[in-house]
Design a protein around this ligand. Sequence first.
Ligand code: GGG
Length: 358
Amino acid sequence: MSSGVRSHKIAVIPGDGIGIEVTASTLAVLRAVQDKIGGFELSFDELDYGSARYKAQGSYTPEGWLDYLRKSDAIFFGAVGDPDVPDHISLWELILPMRQKFQQYINIRPSSILPGIPSRVVGTKPGDLDWVIIRENTEGEYAGQGGRTHVGTEWEVATELAVFTRKGVERVMRFAFETAQSRPRKLLTVVSKSNAQRYGLLLWDEVAEQVSKEYPDVKWDKMLVDAMTVRMVAKPTSLDTIVTTNLHGDILSDLAAGLSGSIGIAHSASLDPTRTSPSLFEPVHGAAFDIMGKDLANPIAAIMSAAEMLRWLGEAEAADLVEKACRQSIAEGKTTGDLGGSLKTSQVTSEVVDILEQ
Ligand code: GGG
């Protein structure tokens, strides 16, 4: 007989560096919210995938790992990167295969200036900057196509192909217009570099024009990525929802994180909107080896990513509570050094748990 308790199986990959610390914080918060409101049960399948495994055993993951992960309802991921392993190896061993294999073609990276966070942009205050960056997440510049020939000679050639398919661009564009439509301002900015990249990014712009016709109530414009960086700094209130390519989204979302306070609060979700495969939730930041093991990392980005995971799993009440607790601890100045506070990772975690338990 069914107990009526909704159960969700979460694959947990703490990964490397501060990923391990912020994942521990996140699990503490998830357990607290589960105990607080009940009605659902999370089971955590903690996996040792990462650079330590690679250095000890020669591979980041065991054979068949993607098929194994497919059986989970969602994946929570900390960070990847190690000073002893070239970054292109760690990224291509762990994060990028998950995004591609599971067709997580939407990477959502929201940014806003929250009450309690000192503004980094002259003249802005909390509420002025409130963006959702939608990054294409499976193709484009990170398609992984290319190669090297004549290696080590003066004729050495390296190619890196940016791949854009009509289907790939259409699906991210449609998601972006729908997101913009669901937000109060109904405003979308489509970012590319189609003056210099005249094939893939021209297709990008053309598809935007075509898809826009299905959403007449959405006000939209096009920007070249270089001009976009200036607009983000100079006129942040003119932006709301932003859609861009894999590489440009990676860069612009870090800029957005800096402008809204700290990369330590930048959360993200890599979604398969068709729900055929599990989606992936991770802080935007990397392994940050310089502060690893010192209890200095800001756990909020990871915890807010987990809130998005709860929302994706249908646990909206729990998601709202976690998000509210994070916002409250920031508003009360109970923050780590990156946001001007003096608390440790463990103390911020306890603050968030305490707020949840009230
Ligand atoms: N927490 C995610 C992480 O470790 N990110 C490292 C990184 O460089 N990511 C690049 C990307 O998101 O494409």
